[in-house]
Design a protein around this ligand. Sequence first.
Ligand code: C2E
Ligand code: CA
Ligand code: CA
Length: 745
Amino acid sequence: MKKEENNKYINIKNGKLNVWWIILIFIIIIILSFIYIGNVKKLIYKNIYANITELSEQTATQLNLAITDQKRFVEIMVDSINRGYFETENEIFDRFKGDLGDYNFTRLVILDKQGNGTTSDGHIVKNYVNIEEFFEQSEVYLSENRPSTVSNNQVNIYSKTFELNGEDRVLMATINTQDYKNILLRRLFGKGGTYLINNEGTVLIDSFNIIKEENANLYEYIKTRYELKDKRETKKINDMAENIKKHKIGTFDIRLGNETYFIHYEKVNINDWYVVTTAANSTIAKELIMLIIISQAVCLVVTFIIIAICVYINISNQKKNKKLYTVAYIDPITLLGNEAYFKENGALYLQNNNKNKYIVSLDIDKFKALNNIYGYKFCNNILKTVGQELENILPQNSITCRISGDIYTTIFSYEKNVKKLLDKIYNKVSNIKINGTQIHLNLSIGVYKIKKEDTDINKILNKAYMARAKTKGIYDENYYIFDTILENQLIEEQKIEFCMENALKNEEFEIVYQPKVFTNTEKIAGAEALVRWNKDGKVISPGKFIPLFEKNKFIIKLDLYIFEQVCKNLKLWKEKYGFMPIVSINVSKAHFTDENFIEEYVKITDKYNIERKDIDLEITESATIDENIDILKILNKIKEKGFTISIDDFGTGYSSLSMLQSMPIDIIKIDKVFIDKANLENDQNIINYIMLIAKHLGVKTIVEGVETREQVEFVKKIKCDIIQGYYYSKPISKDDFEEYFNKNR
Ligand code: C2E
Ligand code: CA
Ligand code: CA
């Protein structure tokens, strides 16, 4: 596994999608906030329109009321004059002077048609300008602004004509224009103003004295003051002018300078006058604007917080994924990929179009023994160095993993002579230097050339394993390339797999018993139950199918079946003879991945009422040294239930003394390789050593594979307790065994 691939793989796993998610969320939030703010704005505008309209209406109404009041007072005065109560102007003045203040009038004036007359405060008026304007009116008349003749003020004049002593006169009640402002002055809004204008737009009253020049036109004023160039805005002013002409009312908003203004024009119902109220957005909607700004800010802050959270989650997820990934896919010792990594990436590798793809499985033989000799730390270094060597030798495109204990697997494509490459691997990896020490490793290398149609990583892995198994223990071949022999074997295995389930149902599996005898007395000591497969009239020996069943886990079913059959027989024999020697049953290590299997065994013994100490479970030594199994826990549980325990094929598995000491075993079963004639002399030391260990541990010993008298004598000499072998009996059928038992007990 190359480093870059590792990273690439992490990226594939985590994806960069999250960034897009963040952008999407961001856009959605922005859009939503715009919609929200837009709506708030609309609402605010609606609100302002309503407010300004109401204010204008109020102002207009008040103005109207005030004017109506003042008009009525003028009416009353003229009425009483017409009733003939007064002879002279002064009499009139005297009568009403006192009431003027109540109506905001400053003075009364009575003039004749030439515009000559007197005022209530003693002024004499001569040739009053435009006097005709007042004599033309039949009702009470209210003039627009005009300069006062007796003071510097602008005034408005209420008037009504009457006859005094047979002559036409007009009664004028003067009001300072300024005083209207008190009515209009309802400063609800900060920036803006209230204006009273006439039908032409001429400003009669500017309540806040914003417009300096007199009798200005409001429309023109606005246009020039704000240098209105924008056609749309200019149109709004023109529209207002036109509407006012047509006696309509209205509200609008307009951009003046750098402010939005709200304007409402309302009829006063006197002289076609209008009250125009203007208010700047900045002041009227100060709080509302603040609200918008705040909600905009809140939106932004929330967006950023969400994004920050997303980024944080993303980063921590990536870290977590990386950690998980490391745990799940990386072998901590070699930093290569592990089995899971190999299977996932190997499967992808199969999909690429490279030619000449190979899969190679490499196993360091007897690595467990190296562990015992050099210790774990040093051996971890070996594993690491082997990994590095492989990475160095193999082409760049390879995926190299340590997929379990001492097994490496690599998949690569190689255009040149692959045999040269394999030799190079063998030579380099079998002689490595660790901390300056030269180490020789025995390697088993299996090779499979991947075909175009190969798509299943497990299948090709199996082929490489099969090829590797071919080299085990054969030291004159560096590697084995999967060939037709193996292909046929594979086909054979597939056939077996195809019919194994049915074989179990059809009771094709039979149990044979091989007697065991005491070394001293040569009387029966027990038996080992061994399985045979009667297939189509032929007997298949377990060597042909047990390894396959261990691989495909069918052995779990088969072992249970055998166990139950043995218990059934034992029950019968016990009922018949009242006694039966101990029977050994093989237990494959395939069970050990789940310790609950023991309960199944217990259930069966209970079912047939078998004492568990009468059953000896044979567990191979190699099963006890599997790193992936907590063997002590399993053995203790078996022991707890009362079974007898044997360590089978002892001496081939390199278990350590300390390990043996902690295991609750009863019997050591010395492997038959040590008793082979050819080995007797060579291996005498080993057997002696094993006997010493057994004595030290206080466990019994069995030697298996004893075929000759010579071997029997040897076993007697070394004081091994029990013998099993062809010398006494081959594995025999249950009836034959019953006979043997009766003869030899
Ligand atoms: P094992 O447990 O080591 O069984 C002993 C094997 O040695 C048996 O082979 C037996 O027939 C053979 N043997 C016994 N005495 C001699 C002898 O004097 N000379 C020679 N050359 N061989 C002798 P078998 O029955 O073919 O079984 C082979 C292996 O298959 C067994 O090795 C055991 O590991 C496995 N096996 C057999 N039956 C079962 C079973 O029911 N369950 C499991 N898990 N494994 C089984
Ligand atoms: Ca056995
Ligand atoms: Ca054995």
